[in-house]
Design a protein around this ligand. Sequence first.
Ligand code: FES
Length: 162
Amino acid sequence: MAEEAAAVHIGRIAKQWGKKRGSLIMMLHAIQDQRGYVPRDAALELARQVDVPLARIYEVLTFYNYFKTSSPGKAVVSVCTGTACHLKGAPDILAALGEELGVADGEASEDGNFHLQSVRCVGCCGLAPVVTVNATVYGKVKPAEMRGIIGQWQDRIDAGEL
Ligand code: FES
């Protein structure tokens, strides 16, 4: 399920940027905007979808300091703040997550387990408001549900799954 979601995101990015000049950098930016970094599975999927050698992708990733290839937190929590999500309450979702995690937008928790960030449209506007945790998509979320979602991921972290 998580891998399918990642492939869908990358498919959308590849479709949007695939044929444009300088598109590899733009696609990597889009992945990092969504995921907080460029994980190896995303680089592999991008290589497959746009038919660029993985080595070329890593040349770009390592050349630009901007790109991160490791996670800023074990669970990267992204709140979509695109127009549809904003109108359906994204600011309240972001506030609830900030309170739950004790961090501001763009910060990682002290234990390094969670990284909270706002992102632009992740392409699931029909599910607004949308939160993603790593590659898992949560749609039509409510602020009161954030504690439960974070709790599930904390359990996975405690179990050593991440
Ligand atoms: S605006 Fe949030 S998914 Fe499109």
